[in-house]
Ligand binder design. Structure first.
Ligand SMILES: Nc1ncnc2c1ncn2[C@@H]1O[C@H](COP(=O)(O)OP(=O)(O)O)[C@@H](O)[C@H]1O
Ligand SMILES: [Mg+2]
Length: 293
């Protein structure tokens, strides 16, 4: 369980607070998406969860953040890292080895994973991330997207209780992004690993996560399961969040009283909504309602 109580943080030398009175609980087994416009404080919140704030980034820290009872202020980052595996936005800063398999092995050995398990975990992680053929490549020779997959494989191979990923698909194509989220979902389902993911691709996120947290100007402005958050179309737009097209369409239908259901946020839900809207007979008209958006 991650408990965040009245957390505020200001980087040293900065006059503005990057985090402002955040209150959030993330239960074990959660799959939480964190969204918000650029500069909203998403990465800073993730640094709070992995202890980089304030241990690596000094500043004014108020409030409390605990991970399974471990206070991130008094715990060292090494101890926190055993609970929270992080995939950073800046992938290059994350890599420690020069060859792909060593990057993954390094973590497994460091974590004291039993020898007989190491090979299996290495192969599983490489396969799941779709980079089996990169095993012996040098990291230097990889593309940004390939490096993202290596970083994800290295962290997921450790199977920590909590995995925190900061825009893990930023350099990946749609298919690879989908595959990564499928893998995260499997880790969440199969091992109960808590997944916290900061992501710009909101439609992708909505297909997979259980809950969303929305940040704006350092504050947490919305939190809840996906439909509960997606209902707040205007608040999301004001915060600079790109809501899924189906949600946008649903809110337009709702505004015209053509649709009364829960706003859709996945393609499948969008199809169901379209079926309902198109089969609905407007009293004064013979034709189905149609408006070009
Ligand atoms: N290392 C840093 N030092 C000083 N200010 C920072 C640092 N990192 C981020 N900030 C500032 O904190 C605010 C939140 O940034 P960030 O957490 O990176 O937002 P996001 O990840 O949502 O884009 C921004 O105003 C940003 O300029
Ligand atoms: Mg960021």
């Amino acid at each position: 369980m991650i408990r965040i109580k009245d957390l505020s943080f200001r980087y040293r030398g900065s006059s503005e607070y990057a985090l402002s009175r955040i209150n959030l609980e993330i239960p074990p087994g959660d799959f939480l998406g964190i969204i918000g416009s650029s500069g909203a404080g998403k990465s800073t919140l993730s640094y709070g969860i992995n202890g980089l704030v304030p241990h690596h980034f000094p500043g004014d820290f108020y409030g409390e953040l605990t991970i399974n009872g471990l206070d991130t202020i008094t715990a060292d980052t090494e101890t926190i890292a055993r609970q929270v595996g992080s995939v950073f936005q800046d992938i290059d800063a994350q890599m420690v080895a020069s060859v792909v398999e060593d990057e993954i092995l390094f973590g497994l050995e460091n974590f004291g994973v039993p020898r007989e398990e190491i090979e299996e975990r290495l192969e599983n992680a490489l396969n799941a991330a779709g980079i089996a053929e990169l095993k012996t490549r040098t990291i230097r020779s990889l593309s940004g997207g390939q490096k993202q997959k290596v970083a994800i494989a290295a962290i997921t191979a450790l199977r920590p209780g909590i995995i925190l990923l900061d825009e893990p698909t930023g350099e990946l194509d749609p298919q690879s992004s989908w595959n990564i989220f499928t893998y995260l979902k499997a880790l969440n389902d199969r091992y109960g690993i808590t997944i916290i993911v900061i992501e710009q691709k909101i439609p992708l996120l909505c297909e997979f996560v259980k809950r969303l947290a929305v940040m704006d100007k350092g504050a947490l402005i919305l939190e809840g399961d996906v439909p509960a958050v997606m209902r707040h179309v205007d608040t999301l737009k004001a915060a600079g969040v790109n809501i899924p097209r189906v949600t946008e369409l649903g809110s337009k239908f709702a505004a015209r009283s053509w649709y009364y259901g829960e706003l859709p946020y996945t393609l499948a839900q969008g199809k169901v909504m379209m079926g309902q809207v198109l089969s609905w007979k407007q009293p004064a008209q013979k034709e189905s309602p149609y408006v070009a958006f």
